[in-house]
Write a protein that binds this ligand. Structure first.
Ligand code: AMP
Length: 413
């Protein structure tokens, strides 16, 4: 089965065409700066990255360029769009409507539109990509895979904010979480690596990239996560502040006369590693500055690790222990320094990092000492594969339902 996976951002369209029969990625690419003067298309058919400047006014134009590239005579991975069995869309917010991935129809499109309020930068471009697919590939099954769906299992004690309850009932203000597809992928993969059923494990999954979040996955079910109503909550990130005293917000607004939009911009774009170090949102750059003796860079790294350690402790307590801690994404997969910092001193909890294994650079791996009660793992995330697998599962169900309906009809005849 060939699945086209689309991930639409506010000015970007990322894609992969996967062949699930072989597990091969036939092409991956990114349309960037959509709607800007320097829009471009980067793609890789397995022979290195190519970049072409392209005029893309909107996501419709971007999808047309993706399709043209897929069908390029001699060089494209497919000869006809008929070779694509279905399309999977990453959708940031499904609110409380969606607890799992779902086949797209008019009702689903409408609900994704309503959830734009919760993800104003991401749901509208995803909707634009869905409509463009409907137009350019009419009749092709499309599936929506939601970042929030994995966290719809959170119990009310984890998702209700201790504010007047009407804000939840009237305005749906609650914790939704994000990065769910990544947490789901690494939780399942960790279980596979450990030769166990995910339903028998307590996992703390750490997605540490530019955006960062941690989840408590208790016997296969997410019971808490660090991101909240929006991705601003929880860990300190590249440019986001994460959890702070809410009164800090109103205090700064009063002191400096900032509007809510300005305050949002500061907390989302000017805080985190960038805000504290004053140097960069990129962990590598901050690590280099810290090594060169920059004190604010050192403090930024300390804070970053401290936030992670605190949440690991919280989720350890919430689940009454853990069988494994799993790291993924840019920082989680690559920074041996950050993994060592956030796990330092946790030996009494049965969490013992193996310094030598922690230096291993690539691939999925277990980096705890053999005596460590809690396994420490690194698993490269693969959200596209998870999305494609969801599409495959849904297509199988659709096929099964059709076969059953035919059988019933034949019986009645
Ligand atoms: P992501 O959003 O998953 O692409 O992750 C981006 C973050 O990963 C950035 O802060 C990068 O600095 C960080 N990162 C990527 N490679 C490394 C590395 N080798 N060492 C430390 N941080 C890294």
């Amino acid at each position: 089965m060939k699945v086209l996976v689309l991930n639409a951002g506010s000015s970007s369209l990322k894609y992969q065409l996967l062949d699930l029969a072989t597990g091969a990625v036939l092409i991956r690419g990114l349309c960037e700066n959509i709607g800007m003067h320097d829009s471009a298309h980067r793609f890789d058919r397995g022979f290195g990255e190519l970049k072409r400047s392209e005029i893309m006014n909107d996501h419709h134009d971007a999808l047309q360029i993706v399709i043209n590239t897929l069908l390029e005579p001699d060089r494209g991975p497919i000869k006809s769009l008929d070779e694509i069995d279905a399309v999977g869309h990453r959708v940031v917010s499904g609110g409380e409507y969606f607890t799992e991935s779902t086949l797209i129809d008019d009702d689903v499109l409408e609900k994704i539109g309503i959830c734009s309020e919760l993800a104003p930068l991401h749901n509208p471009p995803a909707l634009a990509a869905m409509h463009a697919c409907l137009e350019m590939m009419p009749g092709k099954p499309e599936v929506a895979v939601f970042d929030t769906a994995f966290f719809q299992t959170l119990p009310p004690r984890a998702y209700v904010y201790p504010l007047p309850y009407e804000y939840y009932t009237d305005y749906k203000i609650r914790k939704y979480g994000a990065h769910g597809t990544s947490h789901r992928f690494i939780a399942r993969h960790a279980a596979k690596m450990l030769g166990a059923d995910v339903r028998d494990l307590r996992l703390i999954t750490c997605h540490l990239g530019n955006g960062a979040s941690i989840a408590a996955v208790d016997h296969g079910v997410a019971i808490d996560t660090t991101m909240g109503l929006t991705p601003l909550d929880g860990l300190m990130m590249g440019t986001r502040c994460g959890t702070i005293d809410p009164a800090v917000v109103t205090r700064i607004q009063t002191l400096l006369g900032y509007t809510p939009d300005q305050m949002n911009e500061i907390m989302n774009k000017k805080s985190g590693l960038l805000g504290v170090s004053g140097i960069s949102s990129d962990l590598r750059t901050v690590e280099e500055a810290a090594l060169a003796g920059n004190e604010r860079a050192v403090l930024a790294l300390e804070l970053y690790a401290y936030f992670i350690k605190r949440y690991i402790g919280q989720y350890f307590a919430v689940m009454g222990g853990a069988d494994a801690i799993v790291f993924t994404a840019g920082v989680g997969e690559n920074s041996e320094y950050m993994r060592a910092q956030c796990l330092a001193g946790l030996e009494p909890m049965g969490i013992v990092l193996d310094a030598r294994k922690n230096r291993i650079r690539s691939g999925e791996r277990i980096i705890s000492e053999d005596r460590s009660r809690v396994k420490i793992m690194v698993i490269p995330t693969n959200e596209e594969l998870m999305i494609a697998r969801d599409v495959e599962k849904i297509m199988d169900e659709v096929h099964q339902a059709e076969v059953t309906a035919e059988m019933v009809e034949e019986t009645l005849v």
